[in-house]
Design a protein around this ligand. Structure first.
Ligand code: ZN
Length: 203
């Protein structure tokens, strides 16, 4: 399986990192070794001094497809969860300055935290998802998928031109504003509808 990630998908977050609003989704991939499932501890990597959380809605792909049309795209995901796209911001800034790929800053081991899967009902697919991230019990991010620059369907239509979707793939759909650093000892909790979806302790 692979993890498809979208960057700069919320205007407020794009501005907070001084990036331009993109014309097309900004896409990168994390390998399966990046996955850290449900409530496992995360160990602060040695190669960064500025590790950031980015809380995101994560879609679960339920069937294979390529060149998927936008109007059929909603049949290609059946569940979502919340997750963290951990980012070594210092390394990412260096890579960006040099015009080099971001993978070492974004796709390292355990950089894709996910929580429990929540199956979509037909009704839920028509509504936006409101979600929060708490750091040490204090809300640091509060997002709504209605604010995404590119919808779930647009993301699937765009990315499936380049990467065949396979059942079991995950799609991180971008983070709202409020990203920030974590330190050893911090605890991150993702919330949907007042319920804890994941909890991640930084060790
Ligand atoms: Zn992200």
């Amino acid at each position: 399986m692979k993890i498809i990630c979208i960057g700069r998908n919320y205007a407020e977050h794009t501005k907070e990192l001084n990036n331009a609003i993109p014309d097309n989704p900004v896409v990168f991939i994390k390998p399966s070794t990046a996955l850290l499932k449900c409530n496992a501890d995360f160990y602060y990597p040695l190669f960064t001094q500025d590790l950031h959380y980015e809380c995101e809605v994560v879609l679960r792909v339920c069937k294979n497809g390529k060149f998927i049309q936008e109007n059929f795209a909603s049949t290609y995901f059946d569940a979502f969860t919340l997750g963290i796209d951990f980012t070594a911001r210092d390394l990412q800034e260096l890579q960006k300055k040099k015009g080099l790929p971001w993978e070492i800053a974004k796709a390292f081991d355990n950089s894709a935290v996910i929580g429990d899967m929540i199956p979509f009902t037909t009704e839920m697919k028509t509504k936006s998802i409101q979600f929060q991230l708490q750091k040490n019990g204090i809300e640091v991010q509060n997002g709504n998928t209605a604010d995404m620059l590119f919808s779930f369907e647009k993301i699937i239509a765009y990315t499936s031109q380049f990467f065949s979707l396979q059942q079991g793939d995950l799609i991180f759909t971008g983070t709202p504003s409020g990203v920030g650093p974590v330190a050893i000892g911090d605890n991150l909790v993702g919330l949907y509808d007042g319920e804890e979806v994941f909890s991640c302790a930084i060790k």
